[in-house]
Design a protein. Structure first.
Length: 74
């Protein structure tokens, strides 16, 4: 995790219109979205890629959130 509780690699645009940048999601929400997709039968790799694309984040940021949650027991 990076500063501010955001996954590392989270590159948000500063300034401009709010809809131009990535969604404001915390790590717990990213993990929840990946788990929902996995429960629906999607492979973890594809679930992470899809959540990253939806949120406008790098796949690595979503992956790091999932790994951190796993190690935290969540």
């Amino acid at each position: 995790m990076g500063r501010g509780g955001r996954p590392r690699g989270d590159h948000r645009r500063r300034g401009g219109s709010p809809e131009a940048g990535p969604e404001e999601l915390d790590a717990a929400e990213l993990v929840r979205r990946v788990r929902v997709r996995e429960e629906a039968g999607e492979r973890r790799k594809e679930a992470i890629a899809a959540v990253a694309a939806e949120a406008g984040l790098p796949k690595r940021a979503v992956f790091d959130a999932v790994v951190s949650a796993k190690h935290a027991g969540g």
